[in-house]
Design a binder for this molecule. Structure first.
Ligand code: IPD
Ligand code: CA
Ligand code: CA
Length: 276
């Protein structure tokens, strides 16, 4: 019964991630009004809202008992509080465009992200990049897939072999100096550090063995709900910056191929190996 329900939700999430992706592609040259949320670098477009409405309205129609947490929803604050308090039953966590700044500037790296949680635990993750037609999917205990093919994290054994990525909230630049110190530290210890601008895809890049690790502070559940399941199902690990298992409301996220995780955590804390 539960199996059939989750199978239908999985198919549904893929179907509407694709439909939202199509809508986004149709509006690449006509993004409509570009608005600012909290400051001049936190963008939202008409297309974010249309993509969100498309997915939300169909969930409400087909799964009326499920809660929804989505980024651009006008009731966002309330939904977020409800998520933190109730967090029970099935819930859908949606980022209608993850990587809006890339979308606005025509950089082909953004995605529709749909994560489904059950009693607070991610059970389904779907991330679709409409520009490259790459679909990343996972179900709890059933593995992770790229366009239907199984994917696995990479085998890099040390940070010296690793390619890493990070990012920071545009409206939280006060954290910038710490991120810059971390980049300084990690760029010297790894093959290099990237900043791609779409966290859901960063997690999928680790899941498919391309990137080795990713760290970020201040992400929201819609940035991570789908990607963390895809990554863990591909053999990776996600923790907070203290190494505790990552929860969707945690402020810090450190993700990797698992093998380099301890070394990565140590370096992020700006410590030398052996210090704690
Ligand atoms: C952003 C992206 C970016 C991250 C930002 C997020 P948005 O999401 O995930 O990688 O660095 O913190 O806000 O606003 O494009 O959906
Ligand atoms: Ca996002
Ligand atoms: Ca977004």
């Amino acid at each position: 019964m539960e199996h059939n329900l989750e199978q239908s939700m999985y198919d549904f999430a893929i179907k509407y991630a694709n439909q939202a992706g199509r809508l986004i592609m149709e509006r690449m040259e006509n993004k409509g009004v570009i608005d600012y949320k909290k400051n001049g670098s936190d963008l939202v477009t008409e297309v974010d809202k249309l993509s969100e409405e498309l997915i939300r309205s169909h969930i409400q129609r087909d799964y009326p008992g499920h809660w929804i947490l989505s980024e651009e929803d006008c009731g966002q604050e309330n939904a977020y509080q409800a998520f933190l308090k109730t967090d029970s039953g099935y819930g859908w966590i949606i980022d209608p465009i993850d990587g809006t700044t890339n979308f606005v500037h025509g950089i082909p790296h953004f995605a529709v992200s749909i994560g489904i949680v059950k009693d607070g635990e991610p059970v389904i993750g779907v991330v679709f990049n409409p520009m490259t037609a790459e679909l990343f999917t996972a179900r709890k205990s059933k593995g992770a897939y790229w366009n239907g093919q199984p994917i696995y994290v990479g085998k890099e054994a040390t940070l010296a072999e690793a390619v890493l990525a990070t990012g920071f909230q545009a409206n939280e630049w006060h954290q910038g100096s710490r991120v810059l110190k971390q980049i300084d530290q990690l760029a010297g210890k790894s093959r290099n550090v990237r900043m791609f601008g779409a966290s859901s895809l960063d997690l999928c890049l680790i899941a498919s063995g391309k990137l080795t690790g990713f760290w970020h502070e201040g992400l929201n559940p819609w940035d991570t709900a789908a990607g963390v399941l895809i990554l863990t199902e591909a053999g990776g690990i996600v923790s907070d910056k203290d190494g505790k298992p990552y929860r969707l409301f945690h402020d810090s996220l450190v993700a990797s191929n698992r093998i380099v995780h301890d070394e990565f955590l140590t370096a992020i804390k700006l410590l030398k190996v052996g210090e704690s």
